[in-house]
Design a binder for this molecule. Sequence first.
Ligand SMILES: [Zn+2]
Length: 124
Amino acid sequence: MSEHGDTKTAVLNGMRLRCPECGEGHLFSGYLKGAPACDICGLDFTPQRADDGPAYIVVLLVSHIVGLALHLMYRPFMDTPLTLALILSVGAVGLCLTLLPPVKGMVIAVQWAKRLHGFGTGRA
Ligand SMILES: [Zn+2]
């Protein structure tokens, strides 16, 4: 089974929240709501099945970052643990919300580039 175009270019386009094929059209119609099709080249996005994959990847990344931050910030904030908890909690939520759209775009782009879930067959 052959692939669509260049996977690296598709992934970079997806992380920019753009169509993996043309790199111009919008991949999402809302914060995380996928557009039905590319508004430039017409690529059908309905075969995408990102599901929980992006959330899993984001939690994996953010938990490692917050774990390291906790390690580094523990001693300076030893006397004010609630301040440390507040900083790390707000940071974790902010990082998750920031990373979710580009990671979802990346997952959809990989699915398109590897012809997964009906992207290669023309049916969902
Ligand atoms: Zn397009």
